[in-house]
Ligand binder design. Structure first.
Ligand SMILES: Cc1cc2nc3c(=O)[nH]c(=O)nc-3n(C[C@H](O)[C@H](O)[C@H](O)COP(=O)(O)OP(=O)(O)OC[C@H]3O[C@@H](n4cnc5c(N)ncnc54)[C@H](O)[C@@H]3O)c2cc1C
Length: 535
């Protein structure tokens, strides 16, 4: 057995884990080990911004988890890809950089996450950031994470925004600025020509430090807990087994599916579940793996009456060459796009408190499923999610085998308001498309849901049968001050000393928008909490 000792052992080099590795190893007196199951992120598609279309289902760089089939998703099992590479899911995601509503974080604080209100978190968002648009009250320029305004101007996206205004919505110039809701263009995690992932932004500059060791291809199988204290982690790499001793702390940053799985494998979780799998209970923690949340999306895809979609452009060799040149010489154009060019965060008519309850992500292209070839017709898509789902699912061990995937039960659309809000979102999108600024650009035949789908019941069936994930699992190691919370506001696991969870699992409620920016912030704040407690 290969045994080594470190001050901090971090499990998972994803959005949060790479930030931790950077910040903790900045102190030359700390010996930091970062363990990652995946490998180096060398492939071009992992770095070219638009490359996520290629990598999302590529098993070389991803875990391909699957949910249980559920009535809320038309009895379909939904594939949940997660990054399995340095950078984790930030290396394969859709690049959209949006932090969430400030009311999301104020709600965290109200729910017991003391110290996590928007005002208290803004400095951490700014600390990470290298915003190409320049410093202001909301953006930082001295951090590592490249953030850029949209670099692909498409006339039909502009027309969609105009149509949204005609439908009665306001505009925002910056979702991450003074006005966090409205319609507008998304910012993206881009640095120069390339995707700015947690690995390229935070890990790459820290790797030469002698006090940081990064091991790839290493699957952590459990945390060793001795008399209530985490003392290290067991790992395997093929036939090789090892133990990494943590003299200060073990930090789980394995993401919202695998951090709770690792806790359960280590004896921290619902006692009955652990006993069922023959695992000795170290701490009975019923909520480990509970509180699972995700954004479930449904889309409206319309046909344009001119061949002006990216669906057409990528099949035109001249346009394709222009795109390449535009990317190469101007760092702009369709090769720099993410999973949403423009969109919105708005309140539907069903929002009781006026707080935004819908997010839109709009693209001048169309596809049946991310990762599949673009449609051959001139398509334009708009996706909608319910911003703050009330449905709650769970992640639990399917087996005591650490290499087996966990059982994922998302319970999509089980809370009635989730379904009605999503239906309202689809109707709102259709209403926007029908406004004078967009209506003349479309043909009469809607591709999806399709002209035959009209009533609320038909739209609800469409959402269940054709909807999918926006890839945002979160909340499975809930932070709070109450006894039931999995971690406290310092992200320390209740019932076990020297063990923290620092990733998307700790969100008490998922933020209303995409969640990568908030997860990087959790890494940033988590590192600062640890540093402030060092003696
Ligand atoms: C396809 C896709 C598109 C997305 N698009 C967007 C977007 O446009 N904007 C946005 O804001 N968010 C987006 N997201 C969500 C966002 O990227 C994730 O929520 C975020 O990256 C999660 O960060 P994390 O640190 O919690 O986990 P991850 O980044 O997933 O990191 C976990 C790491 O731990 C490693 N690991 C897990 N288990 C073990 C183990 N046992 N041993 C060793 N290593 C282990 C994994 O391999 C991984 O590298 C997207 C996600 C996906 C998958």
């Amino acid at each position: 057995m290969n045994t080594t000792a470190w001050d901090y052992v971090i499990v998972g080099a994803g959005s949060a884990g790479c930030v931790l590795a950077n910040r903790l190893s900045a102190n030359p007196d700390c010996r930091v080990l970062l363990l990652e199951a995946g490998g180096e992120s060398r492939h071009l598609w992992l770095h070219l911004p638009v490359g996520y279309f290629k990598t999302i289902y590529d098993r070389r760089y991803t875990w391909q988890f699957q949910t249980e089939p559920q009535p809320g998703s038309g009895n379909r099992a939904i594939v949940w890809p997660r990054g399995r590479v340095l950078g984790g899911s930030s290396q394969i995601n859709g690049l959209v950089y949006i932090r969430g509503l400030r009311s999301d974080f104020d709600e965290w604080a109200r729910l017991g996450a003391t110290g996590w209100s928007y005002r208290e978190l803004l400095p951490y968002f700014k600390r990470s950031e290298r915003y190409a648009g320049g410093a202001n009250d909301y953006h930082g320029v001295d951090g590592e994470l490249g953030v850029s305004d949209l670099r692909n101007d498409h006339p039909y996206c502009r027309a969609w925004l105009d149509a949204g205004v005609q439908a009665g919505f306001g505009l925002t110039g910056d979702f991450n600025g003074a006005q966090d809701s409205g319609l507008g263009a998304y910012q993206l995690t881009l640095a120069g020509h390339w995707r700015s992932s947690s690995a390229t932004a935070f890990l790459r500059p820290a790797r030469p430090r002698p006090n940081l060791t990064v091991m790839t291809g290493v699957h952590v199988t459990r945390v060793q807990i001795d008399r209530g204290t985490a003392t290290g982690v067991h790992w395997m790499n093929g036939n090789q087994n090892g133990f990494a001793r943590a003299e200060r702390e073990v930090l789980l940053a394995a993401g919202a599916l695998q951090s709770p799985q690792l806790l359960q494998l280590s004896g921290v979780g619902p006692a009955a579940l652990l006993r069922r799998h023959g695992i000795a209970v170290q701490a009975d923690a019923p909520e480990v793996g509970a509180n699972l949340q995700d954004h479930y999306q449904a889309r409206v895809i319309v046909r344009l009456n001119q061949p002006k979609s990216l669906n057409n452009d990528i099949r035109n060799p001249v346009k394709l060459a222009q795109m390449g040149l535009q990317w190469l010489f101007a760092q702009r154009g369709p090769l720099t796009v993410g999973a949403g060019q423009v969109g919105g965060v708005v309140a539907s008519d069903l929002s009781r408190d006026g707080r935004p309850d819908l997010q839109f992500l709009v693209m001048p292209l169309s596809v049946d499923k991310p990762g599949e070839p673009l449609h051959r017709f001139a398509g334009f898509s708009a996706a909608v999610t319910q911003a703050r789902p009330a449905s709650r699912g769970s992640v639990e061990l399917a087996s005591a085998d650490p290499l087996a995937p966990p059982r994922i039960v998302p319970n999509y659309l089980t809370a009635p308001q989730d379904l009605t809000t999503l239906v309202q979102g689809l109707k709102t999108l259709r209403h926007i498309f029908q406004q004078p600024a967009f209506r003349p650009l479309m043909s009469d035949a809607e591709y999806m849901p399709g002209n035959a789908v009209r009533s609320d019941d038909e739209l609800a069936r469409f959402a269940r049968d054709k909807g999918g994930t926006l890839f945002h699992p979160s909340g499975t190691c809930r932070m709070g001050s109450d006894e039931g919370a999995v971690v406290d506001p310092q992200l320390r696991v209740h019932g076990v000393q020297r063990l923290r969870v620092i990733d998307a699992s700790v969100m008490p409620r998922m933020v209303s928008t995409n969640i990568n920016a908030a997860t990087i912030m959790i890494g940033e704040k988590g590192a600062s909490l640890i540093a402030s407690q060092q003696t």
